[in-house]
Design a protein around this ligand. Structure first.
Ligand SMILES: C[S@@+](CC[C@H](N)C(=O)[O-])C[C@H]1O[C@@H](n2cnc3c(N)ncnc32)[C@H](O)[C@@H]1O
Length: 235
């Protein structure tokens, strides 16, 4: 499969999810479901929470502080952006980037419902971020990087938009070293087939200028595939 076919499959999958509000067909146990506790969900909006299709809780790992600028890669229904915006208020800001106008529309409506105004949802690719160099304090993402056919431009863009000392706090699906997940189209969008192996993931982060990279497994999603917390700092 070429990269454009994968992007088209992922778009089709999430367009369906946007239309059905999160009930797109696919793997039985999608990445072990959301890792949010009820207090966190109560702080967002139920609509955003219902559409959350992540595999972790990057917002909780990110240790956000008032005044910071946060960027969520693949913002979907907007839950992680809304929660982050509340944490960095009043002077901070949370951006979400997504390549589907349908998801951006839902996220903007959810942010309005949650009463947060320090948010901006931008149309774009995580491989080509619509933000200037060194403009972000923290990059978060919830189960989206595994969807990218080529992770190198994604990591290069993360390093570009982060300020020196800026942080990465990402939930993702990571494959054990030596495990090559299968690559049919539907499985790429829904079952972690695009997951990078742990060693390659760590090497890639270092190669783009991220320092002290770490990957901590949180739960196994299928044999050889793991929900994981990915951290690093911009050198
Ligand atoms: C797992 S969901 C979003 C999770 C979201 N953070 C949440 O918890 O609600 C994935 C989202 O990433 C978007 N996406 C996937 N690949 C993308 C890419 N290459 N560039 C931009 N957005 C992408 C999809 O459209 C979808 O809305």
């Amino acid at each position: 499969m070429n990269d454009e076919t994968i992007h088209d499959d992922v778009r089709a999958y999430y367009r369906d999810a946007a239309r059905t509000r999160g009930t797109a067909p696919g793997c039985d146990d999608r990445f072990g479901a959301s890792q949010y506790d009820s207090d966190t969900i109560a702080d967002g909006t139920s609509t955003a929470a219902n559409l959350s299709m992540g595999c972790g809780n990057p917002f909780a790992m990110a240790d956000l502080r008032p005044g910071e600028v946060v960027l969520d890669l693949g913002s979907g229904g907007g839950l992680d952006v809304i929660l982050s915006a509340k944490r960095v208020a009043p002077n901070g800001k949370a951006y979400g980037v997504d390549f589907l106008e349908e998801m951006l529309g839902i996220a903007r409506a959810n942010a309005a419902e949650a009463g947060v105004s320090n948010v901006e949802f931008l149309h774009g690719m995580i491989e080509d971020l619509p933000l200037p160099d060194a403009s972000v304090d923290v990059v978060i993402s919830n189960c989206v990087i595994n969807l990218a056919p080529d992770k190198t431009p994604v990591m290069t863009e993360i390093a570009r938009v982060l300020r020196p000392g800026g942080r990465v706090a990402i939930s993702d699906i990571v494959a054990d070293d030596g495990v090559a997940p299968s690559m049919s189209g539907a499985e790429w969008a829904d079952c972690g087939a695009g997951a990078l192996q742990k060693g390659a993931y760590l090497e890639l982060m270092t190669s783009v200028g991220l320092v002290e990279p770490s990957i901590e497994y949180t739960h196994e999603t299928s044999p050889g595939l793991n929900g994981a917390i990915v951290r690093a700092t911009r050198g």
